[in-house]
Design a protein around this ligand. Structure first.
Ligand SMILES: Nc1ncnc2c1ncn2[C@@H]1O[C@H](COP(=O)(O)OP(=O)(O)OP(=O)(O)O)[C@@H](O)[C@H]1O
Ligand SMILES: [Mg+2]
Length: 502
């Protein structure tokens, strides 16, 4: 390294930052160096400490030790408002908009000063400023006066981005902004990111998607188990090298060997019709993993929600083991031996006030409860603990609140809840979204194992490699209809993409 580099002044520098939660070391003397006008990716396993570091920078959490240096000066923000004043904005992993307020109100919340007309807020000015902001960012289809509750999750994420941009921040932190965006919206996001960078804004970009990271970022810093591992220039690194840094070993194969399916049909769907889909027919056999490919918004999740009784269906038939079933609500589906992991992070069924153990065992309580209504606590703990190990849910112990787990670990816990049920039919909607590469491989292995034991599995995923690597058979959905189907052997990324786009 030359002399000049060593004395480089970074726009933002984190030095020796440490943080423990009740004796658990979330961050252990980590560092981060962000240059002016760069996209700096931050990656690491679920629970590595990424969100914690960002929350400390923003003044949302107190650090135990270490320094944060902004433009060469040590800073210690007491609240996110202080950080915003100093030019740092953050888009959180979980959406933090107020659903009942409008887009414009959300964007300028707490910063209405610029719009005051005497004691009142100048609604017209606020709307105009919002419109201008959205136009400048190239975001179409969102109106300033629309209530946030009417938006899709992807649109909400774009509003969060607009809010961060509206603060004229010099540093924008994005905590997994792309996890629920479609390719089209990711394009918008990346365009905005490049544009901001070209105007000298620095972006800290947290993600689990390595290919995506390599296309947009200038440099990448890797963290593991609360420790800083290293920083690479994206031009001088590749996927393999990053995976090794992230999980601390090489990942020989991401997808497991999949055993051939059985003969017996478990699920048969005939001409199912709902609000967002029409005439959908397909089958799933015993031990078969059936992939549902397509673009975000094609109607795949809606079809599954219809089958599972979350949404109403208008017509068609569903047969389980050859018998017609009438599922009116998810509880009916569970009674019949079905389980579903939904895609939406927020309504995926987390019981926020309960522990990891309670969240995982809730659907199994009957199994653990004896004839006198007494729960076999030991059996419950053993089963939960085994599942936590199997899919590596990282938690200090199973009695801690689920909300104190990292985002990805909360998701794994909920996935574990349904896997523990050992259902006859398992529907997985984007099961690995927000999950790190190492844990993904473990989840794939488990899915393969469950299929080998005879479970019928539906895998809805927008990640084509995942569909290709895991499915026996694939259906492509476009505009609420099945437009193509093929076997694993015939499937290629191009073929599926072609049919998904039409
Ligand atoms: N409020 C809290 N109480 C107790 N432990 C916490 C709390 N917040 C975070 N932790 C722990 O700190 C560690 C780091 O969590 P963090 O959320 O920073 O991980 P992350 O890298 O963002 O992971 P992910 O990719 O899953 O979002 C985890 O082990 C987590 O359980
Ligand atoms: Mg996180």
């Amino acid at each position: 390294m030359n002399q000049e580099k060593q004395s480089e002044q970074y726009l933002l520098e984190v030095k020796n930052l440490s943080k423990s939660f009740l004796g658990v070391m979330a961050l252990n003397k980590v560092s981060l160096q962000v240059r002016k006008g760069e996209v700096h990716a931050v990656i690491g396993e679920n629970g590595a400490g990424k969100s914690t570091m960002m929350n400390i920078i923003m003044g949302d959490l107190k650090r135990d030790e270490g320094e944060i240096i902004l433009r060469g000066k040590a800073v210690d923000f007491r609240s996110p408002a202080d950080a915003i004043d100093a030019g740092i904005s953050m888009i959180h992993q979980e959406i933090s908009l107020v659903p009942t307020l409008s887009v414009a109100e959300n964007i300028w919340l707490g910063r209405e000063k610029g719009f005051m007309k005497g004691p009142f807020i100048g609604e017209g000015v606020r709307k105009a400023r919002t419109k201008e902001l959205l136009d400048r960012m190239g975001i179409a289809g969102i109106s300033p006066s629309q209530a946030v509750s009417e938006l899709t999750v992807a649109q909400m994420q774009l509003v969060e981005l607009a809010r961060a941009v509206s603060t004229d921040a010099e540093i924008i932190i994005m905590d997994e902004p792309t996890s629920s965006l479609s390719d089209k919206e990711i394009d918008i996001l990346f365009r905005v990111m490049r544009d901001l960078r070209d105007h000298g804004v620095s972006i800290i970009f947290i993600t689990h998607k390595i290919e995506e990271l390599l296309t947009i970022s200038d440099r990448v810093s890797v963290y593991r188990d609360g420790c800083y591992i290293g920083t690479n220039a994206c031009a001088d690194t590749d996927k393999e090298q990053l995976i090794t840094m992230i999980i601390g070993r090489t990942l020989t194969e991401q997808y497991p060997q999949i055993s051939p399916p059985g003969e017996k049909t478990v699920l048969e769907v005939r001409n199912l019709t709902g609000e967002a889909y029409r005439d959908v027919s397909f089958t799933v056999r015993e031990g078969e993993i059936v992939g549902f490919s397509g673009l975000v918004g094609a109607g795949r999740s809606e079809i599954m929600r219809g089958i599972f009784g979350i949404d109403k269906t208008f017509g068609g038939e569903v047969l389980l083991d050859g018998k017609p079933i009438h599922v009116k609500q998810p509880r009916d589906a569970v009674e019949l031996g079905m389980a579903m992991v939904t895609e939406d992070r927020r309504d995926m069924g987390i019981i926020r006030s309960a522990s990891v153990k309670e969240n995982m065992s809730v659907s199994m309580l009957k199994t653990f409860t004896g004839p006198l209504g007494i729960v076999d606590v030991q059996k419950e703990r053993q089963t939960v603990s085994a599942m936590m190990q199997e899919i590596s849910v990282k938690a200090a112990n199973m009695d801690m609140l689920i909300t104190s787990l990292s985002g990805g670990n909360q998701q794994k816990a909920i996935l574990g809840r349904w896997l523990m049920l050992e259902p006859r039919l398992l529907i997985l909607d984007e099961p690995t979204r927000g999950i790190d590469v190492g844990a993904k491989a473990e989840i794939y292995r488990l899915i393969g194992q469950l299929a080998a034991q005879g479970m019928a599995i539906i895998l809805v995923s927008s990640e084509m490699p995942e569909i290709l690597g895991m499915s026996h058979r694939i259906y492509v959905v476009r505009d609420g209809r099945i437009v193509f189907t093929c076997d694993r052997e015939e499937a290629t990324q191009d073929l599926l993409g072609l049919h998904a786009l039409g």
